[in-house]
Design a protein around this ligand. Sequence first.
Ligand SMILES: Cc1cc2nc3c(=O)[nH]c(=O)nc-3n(C[C@H](O)[C@H](O)[C@H](O)COP(=O)(O)OP(=O)(O)OC[C@H]3O[C@@H](n4cnc5c(N)ncnc54)[C@H](O)[C@@H]3O)c2cc1C
Length: 390
Amino acid sequence: MKAYDADVIVLGGGLVGSALALALRHSAHEVILIEGREPQLDWPVESWDQRVYAISRASQQLLAEIGAWAQLRPARLCPVSAMKIRGDGHSQLDFSALDSGVDALATILENRELQRALWLALGEAPNVRIMSGVQAQQLEISPSAATLTLSDGQQLSARLLVGADGANSWLRQQAGIEVKTRPYGQAGVVANFACEKPHYGVAQQWFRPDGILAFLPLPDQQMSMVWSCADALRDELLQLDPAALAARVAQAGSMSLGALQLITPTAAFPLRLNQPESIVRARVALIGDAAHTVHPLAGQGVNLGFGDVQELAQLLQQTPAERLGDVLVLRRYERARREPVLLMQTVCDGLQRLFDTPHPLVKAMRNFGLAATDQLPWLKRQLIRHAMDS
Ligand SMILES: Cc1cc2nc3c(=O)[nH]c(=O)nc-3n(C[C@H](O)[C@H](O)[C@H](O)COP(=O)(O)OP(=O)(O)OC[C@H]3O[C@@H](n4cnc5c(N)ncnc54)[C@H](O)[C@@H]3O)c2cc1C
C-alpha cells in the first residue's frame, strides 16, 4: 500500500493554487490540486468578468514560464500604456510606459480568463491530478503526513499540504494558525462599463473624499471600475439602477471617458488586512490570500500571491520528497516572503490611512507629496520598476 496519495496537496484551485500546481509540473513530486468549484472554460464572447487584475511584469513572466500566458486569448488582454493618479486637491501623478522604457506598465485581464488559461495548462501537466467539485472538510496532521477528508468521503494524505484557499482560509483555521485581521469598514465595488470615449490603455485612479476610485482599461473601449469605499456608499451604489450608477461613476471619474454604460452586474467585496502569525507549520504552508491580504488600491493582491508561488515552487523543486513537509525547510519560504509582503501591506495600508483622513493639513501634505513626486522622473522610474517587478 502507498504511504502517501501525493507528495504535495494544494488545497484551493483559484489563481494562486493553480499556478503553484502548474509551477511544479516539471518537478519530481506528485501533486494533487483540490478545488471546491467546477472549472468554467466557456462563456459568451460578449460577456466580461467584473473581477479584473493588473498583472505585473514579474507575474507575467511567471505565468509565461509555467505555460499559462500562452493560453490567454489576446482579445481579452489590455496593456496599460500609462497611469494617471489624482489626489483630492488639484495634485496629480502620471506614469507612462514610454517614459519608463517598457512596452506596458502592466496588463489588465479578467479573473475568469486567467483561471481558464491556468486550467488549460494544467491539463498538460502529467504529475498533477485535479479533483474539482469537492471540499476539504477535515484535517489531521501527524509527524509524517497531512491527511484531508473530502466532502465525498475520500481521504487523501501527503507529505505537504499547501493552503491556497483564499482570505477566509479553512486550512489556516484548521491548522491553528492565528490571524490578525483589521477590517477597513470598506468594500471594493466592481463593475464594467462601455465608454463613450477611448481610454488609450490609460489606467486612472482618484483619491476622493468618499473613497478610492480606479478605472482599468479593457479591450473594445470598455473599462473596469474598482471603487474602494465605506460600507454606506457601497450600499448606496449597489442600490442604484444601471443608468444611475453609470452616471454616478462617470461623474466621479470627471467624465474622462465620457458617458458610461453598465455592461456587467455590480459586485462588492469586503476589504480587510489579514496578517497570519505564521505562514508555515510542520506539513503546512500558506500561499496567496490565505497567507496575506492587502488593500486593492495598488492592485497588487494577486501579484503578491504569484510571488509566493515563485518562491515556494523553487524551494519545493530543490527539496527531496522525504523533506517536503519539514518545517525547517518551509521556514526558508516564510523568511523569503516576509519582507515583500510586509512592505506591500505597509505601503497600501499607509496610503489608505493617509487618504482616509479629512484633516486639512494632512490633505495639503498628501497632495503636495503627489505633485512633488510627479516632478521627480528618477523617483517615478524607481516606483514603476518596483511595481512592475513585484
Ligand atoms: C475588489 C478587489 C479588487 C482586486 N483587484 C486586484 C487587482 O487589480 N490586482 C490584484 O493583483 N489583485 C486584486 N485583488 C486581489 C485578488 O482578487 C486576490 O489576491 C486573489 O484572487 C487571491 O487568489 P487566491 O488564489 O489566493 O484565492 P481565491 O481566489 O480566493 O481562491 C481560493 C480558492 O480556494 C477554493 N476553496 C476554498 N476553500 C476550499 C475548501 N475547503 N475545499 C476546496 N476548495 C476550497 C475556492 O473555491 C477558491 O477557488 C482584488 C481583490 C478585491 C477584493
